[in-house]
Design a binder for this molecule. Structure first.
Ligand SMILES: [Zn+2]
Length: 87
């Protein structure tokens, strides 16, 4: 019996869950169904890819670009330097 279980998501259900998935808001059980669907459905993989890029462009919840720590490091170094000069 190779029939898929009825717990599998349909593409419509996946589309409804995609923002929750990208926000990490899906319960584990739903997330597993979601990822299982992606294994065999290339349409939904493309859709997820597209949504993820859209959210990145619009500054959504996906924080793929952490703020550069370099500026703060420089400021700290400057403050230390100033403090040692003053004492
Ligand atoms: Zn699908």
């Amino acid at each position: 019996m190779a029939m898929p279980e009825k717990t599998d998501l349909t593409c419509n259900e996946l589309v409804e869950l995609v923002t929750d998935y990208l926000e990490g808001a899906l319960p584990t059980h739903d997330r597993l169904d979601f990822e299982h669907h992606l294994v065999w459905c290339s349409w939904c993989r493309d859709y997820l890819d597209h949504m993820r890029r859209t959210i990145e462009l619009t500054g959504g919840p996906d924080e793929s670009e952490p703020p550069s720590p370099l500026r703060e490091q420089l400021l700290d170094a400057f403050k230390d330097w100033k403090r040692t000069r003053e004492t």
